[in-house]
Design a protein around this ligand. Structure first.
Ligand code: SAH
Length: 697
């Protein structure tokens, strides 16, 4: 059987459907899955084990047989814990076939085949009865179906169904309860992920201020969760306006309702400020008494010594529909609305002399509809992209460069998805400015967004939007003029890895016949940089686990390794490294350059070499990123921003994902005796726009 996978083609900038073998999809899913990360989460594992032991004991003390239902068994870990704790029988349900197969092998290898039945079904398909999947209803319900938002992986409907059909009334549940906490904060940095701030430009004829259209100002944004490693957000980047407040709890031992609802709490700000963001995380109590607690609370809420690093559960950032100035001590209501899979927040002020009736009235205005972007910008730009557009230092680099190259007779064409460059070029005096915004299914009508944007700034007749793909550009689009300045950030929404933005080079090549002989191209070139690093924690997501709480899970490690090696050459993967601290072990090195003043060559661009390791540490992998040379002496980096030389601490561009290539020593868990150099070979295939690489320690 064949499956079709949607993938962006970096040479055409558009989505293509590629036919892949049946195995491809699941290898991808396994290779990029969080199973390894979960198995390395010691805090989680220990607490589940404690909770399961306690639940089995309670059932046994009542003189009952302990029958466990483990929904989403994965490796079978929680069922094996239950069986070891003395459970009489476990039904281990797993919907993902390759995982269910692995669970069968792991259960067998650990000698639990007579106690654990692995069922490869979605829990809602499981039957109970003499001929059913389960002989009888279970009296212990064990699951780990939570994501960073708690309910995003469908925990609520799964529990709702399980209580109706699969477990006994009054069953024990591990975890017993989950509680969601919130804290109201002001943060220019995080608010810049949702809003476009006005852009100030010093033009020839005075200061211009570029403003977003009103639809964008009042847009509720999108409902997709913003989950981040909040522990990497320095306290100087936000200011807490409230104490930590309990928003809602779910008791998993009782029937659970998944239907949409809302929860409301009263808040009194501890400080006056602008309420913009709700930070949120949860904890789970593994037992009814709450003595066994596993929490995602960030560093300022709990001692750093108690922090367990994990990537499968992080913290959430919610954006209020609009910024609300609040005063210390005033009465506010914070509402969490949720449907089956997601949560969103609203803040309301209590009215003067409010009584019970007033409160009822408030409940009526609680918005129960999930946020839907009306302005299109939140569909075109993801949150890091908003942050990038709001980065004033970065904008200044572009302004400085444009100033150097623009002349009063410049005919300027911009190629980038949803870029402010055309407006900057216009303000800085280019005679004619146009931008290419081809309609693409993956771009959600950027044309309308740009029309609104230009209109809000009275630029609708100043900047022309050309709705054509670069290869279909005609002289008439350009009013029969040749382009004297071609600009791009470059940024394209379909890019996953840093070098995918080289689509700019392909587009530049496609419009060659329209370029004036003395054309200036910004950026004039790009370069690929590389550095060898030791990660503080990120290595765990690809590292084998071997033994987890006394259970042999190597079969799982082997499956992940197979999936990682499914393609002959391993691939680099994108990670936003500001969230994942690492130490540089080598100097950063420029490995390839791409000359945008020339067209894309027919032949591949490749390089080989070796990089010296300067610091002691474990070489986990190579990090790669692009730098763009905008004009003489002005470059922007999408990767390393700063390197402190003594310790090798790195500061990364906070708006971009970098490419991480994990060395096989991480995947094989090899211990290498201090290598002194790493040799590399890197090949940019100009036909596919992809980069293949290989490293040897
Ligand atoms: N219990 C394991 C794995 C947890 S990951 C552990 O704690 O290590 C969650 C797993 O649940 C995934 O493998 C996913 O495929 C599976 N899953 C999620 N919802 C499910 C459902 N309703 N029925 C069956 N499997 C489910």
């Amino acid at each position: 059987m064949k499956t079709f996978c949607g993938r962006a083609n970096p040479t055409t900038g558009s989505m293509e459907w590629i036919e892949e073998g049946e195995d491809y999809d699941y290898h991808q899913e396994i290779a990029r899955s969080r199973y390894a990360d979960m198995l390395h989460d010691k805090d989680r594992n220990v607490k589940y084990y404690q909770g399961i032991r306690a639940a089995v004991s309670r059932v046994k003390e009542r003189g009952e047989k302990a029958v466990v239902l483990d929904i989403g068994t994965g490796t079978g870990l929680l069922s094996m814990m239950a069986a070891s704790a003395g459970a009489d029988f476990c039904y281990a349900i797993e919907v993902f076939k390759p995982m269910a197969n692995v669970a069968v092998k792991i259960v067998e290898k650990n000698g639990f085949s007579d106690k654990i039945k692995v069922i490869n079904k979605h829990s809602t398909e499981v039957t109970v009865g003499p001929d059913g999947d389960m002989q009888c209803r279970a009296n212990i319900l064990v699951t780990e179906l939570f994501d960073t938002e708690l309910i995003g992986e469908g925990a609520l409907p799964t529990y709702e169904h399980a209580h109706k059909y699969l477990v006994q009334e009054g069953c024990e549940a591990v975890p017993h309860r989950a509680t969601v906490y919130v804290q109201l904060v002001e943060s220019r940095r995080m608010w810049s992920w949702k809003k476009l701030f006005p852009v100030h430009v010093e033009a020839e004829d005075g200061e211009k201020i570029l403003v977003p259209p009103s639809e964008m100002e009042n847009c509720p944004g999108v409902s997709s969760v913003c989950d981040i490693q909040l522990n990497q957000m320095p306290s100087s980047d936000f200011s807490t306006l409230s104490d930590v407040v309990t928003m809602f709890s779910v008791d998993f031992s009782k029937p659970v309702q998944s239907a949409s609802t809302y929860y409301r709490v009263q808040l009194e700000p501890v400080k006056s400020g602008k309420a913009q963001i709700v930070l949120s995380w949860w904890d789970i109590d593994m037992d009814p008494s709450g003595m066994i607690n596993c929490t995602m609370a960030p560093y300022w809420v709990k001692p750093t010594s108690a922090l367990q690093w994990r990537d499968h559960w992080m913290q959430c950032v919610y954006f209020l529909p609009r910024e609300e100035p609040v005063l210390q001590g005033e009465k506010l209501y914070l509402t969490a609305c949720r449907d089956e899979y997601s949560v969103w927040y609203n803040l309301q002020k209590a009215r003067e002399g409010e009584n019970k009736a007033g409160e009822e009235e408030h409940k009526a205005d609680v918005c129960v509809e999930s946020p839907v972007c009306r302005c299109r910008a939140h569909l075109l730009w993801n949150r890091p992209r908003f942050g990038e557009l709001n980065d004033q230092d970065r904008t200044r680099q572009y302004i400085k460069s444009l100033r150097k190259i623009l002349k009063t007779d410049s005919v300027c064409l911009c190629i980038s998805d949803g870029s402010l460059l055309p407006v900057l070029a216009h303000y800085l005096g280019a005679k004619q400015v146009q931008c290419l915004q081809p309609s693409r299914i993956d771009l959600y009508h950027p044309y309308e967004l740009w029309q609104a944007f230009f209109k809000a700034n009275h630029l609708e007749d100043k900047i022309k939007i050309i709705e054509a793909r670069p290869e279909l550009l005609k002289p008439s689009h350009l009013e029969d003029k040749k382009i004297s300045v071609l600009v791009g950030e470059p940024f394209f929404t379909t890019s996953l890895l840093p070098w995918h933005n080289l689509y700019f080079w392909y587009a530049r090549t496609a419009v060659s016949t329209h370029l004036a002989s003395n054309v200036t191209i910004l950026p004039q070139s790009a370069s690929l940089h590389m550095m060898i690093v030791e990660f503080q924690d990120l290595w765990r997501i690809r590292s084998p686990c071997g033994n987890c709480e006394g259970f042999d899970v190597q079969t799982m490690d082997d499956m992940i390794k197979d999936s990682l090696n499914f393609r002959e050459s391993k691939e680099a993967e994108p990670h936003p490294l500001w969230e994942y601290p690492c130490k540089s072990l080598s100097d950063p090195q420029e490995v390839l350059t791409f000359d945008f003043t020339k067209t894309v060559p027919q032949h591949c661009l490749s390089t080989e070499g070796s990089v010296k390791l300067l610091r002691k540490g474990r070489s986990h992998g190579a990090v790669l990123w692009m730098e763009y040379h905008l004009a003489a002496d002005i470059s922007v980096s999408t990767g390393l921003m700063q390197l402190s030389n003594e310790k090798g601490n790195c500061e990364w561009n906070p708006h971009c994902k970098q490419a991480v290539y994990f060395f096989s020593s991480v995947i094989e868990s090899e211990i290498l005796t201090n290598p002194t150099a790493v040799t590399y070979s890197i090949n940019f295939d100009t036909k596919t726009g992809e980069i293949a690489m290989d490293f040897k320690l």
